[in-house]
Design a protein around this ligand. Structure first.
Ligand code: SF4
Length: 315
């Protein structure tokens, strides 16, 4: 089978270009992957955790990018807070879908911890917590800072792994890591940190960083913020991956991709009922728990249909 021209990540329902999100869904449950990647079903309201975590991470990505471009610290902080305020504001849209300046209202996050106020506080406190930062953005051989690195790596003749590395950092000892920002309401104890290994996403990011930069990458540097009602707490943890573990990731990904090619050819997407309770419960649980003939109606009523998840198309 030959690789298609990559205008899209799929040929029929066979996925050629995979990203961390697709791999995570596929490794969780084939039916979940089918609903989300192939059919494009999305929950009608985006999870508050995705909104909050997404704005927090993109704000800090912007901060590190501005600092790597030598913008003075206080100026970068102001830019970032303005960005986060705008991102957490629901503007009215004009006919072209563009935000109308001066319109709209603050977004309602509908969560006692993950509110707009706590988002801004968590960012401001982050800058204070890590004021004497000893982890710096890696410089590429070109002299450019290693931020916003998009990649598309051939894994095999016709299979690609794609994605985006927000920032690559170096610690005081010269260890190089992919930087990842997380927010949580959980305590930052061993139970929290243990979830990151084994992990198909983090091993994949390490594999990608190593391949793209052609340099040893030690793993992922997780910067976590515990968001509480009246305060925010911070913790950091390097998650190391050895070469042998990355080889294991590669073998498992290739097996997964091959298996899913088979599912696509047979149009058969089995449920993995051991995964239904993961991460607070799968959003498709009330669909999968109904007889097959009723599921489509409930999907149409309770979800919205978006274009299928496509890793090589800009979102
Ligand atoms: S409810 Fe369970 S079986 Fe259904 S998609 Fe989710 S994880 Fe899979």
């Amino acid at each position: 089978m030959s690789a298609p021209a990559l205008q899209t990540s799929y040929e029929g329902n066979i996925q050629w270009a995979w990203d961390a999100t697709s791999l995570k869904r596929a490794s969780t449950c084939a039916r979940k992957y089918y609903y989300e990647n192939i059919c494009g079903w999305q929950a009608q309201s985006k999870s508050v955790h995705l909104w909050f975590g997404g704005i927090y991470a993109s704000s800090l990505e912007l901060f590190h990018k501005l600092r790597a471009q030598d913008m003075p610290r206080e100026e970068a902080i102001l830019d970032v807070i303005l960005y986060a305020l705008r991102e957490s504001w629901d503007f009215d849209l004009d006919d072209a879908g563009e935000p109308i300046p001066g319109s709209g209202s603050p977004r309602t996050f509908d969560n006692q911890y993950k509110t707009r106020e706590n988002l801004i506080r968590s960012l401001v406190w982050y800058f204070e917590e890590w004021r004497d930062e000893r982890v710096t953005t890696l410089r590429l051989q070109s002299g450019e800072p290693a931020v916003e690195l998009s990649f598309r790596i051939p894994l095999d003749d016709d299979i690609f792994y794609c994605g985006h590395l927000d920032q690559v950092v170096q610690d005081e000892d010269g260890n190089i890591f992919i930087h990842d920002q997380k927010t949580t309401t959980q305590g930052l104890g061993s139970y929290y940190w243990n979830q990151f290994k084994p992990d198909i996403q983090f091993a994949g990011y390490t594999f990608a960083g190593k391949t793209v930069l052609n340099t040893p990458i030690n793993g992922i540097f997780v910067d976590a913020c515990q968001v509480l009602v009246g305060s925010s707490r911070y913790g950091r943890m390097p998650i190391f991956f050895q070469d042998a573990e990355l080889n294991e990731w590669y073998d498992e990904v290739m097996e997964l991709v091959e298996r899913f090619r088979g599912y696509a050819e047979r149009e058969y997407w089995p449920r993995d009922t051991t995964a239904c309770g993961n991460y607070g419960g799968c959003e498709f649980r009330h669909i999968c728990s109904r007889p097959p003939e009723f599921r489509d109606n409930f999907l149409r009523g309770d979800f919205t249909k978006a274009p299928r998840w496509d890793p090589i198309k800009p979102r």
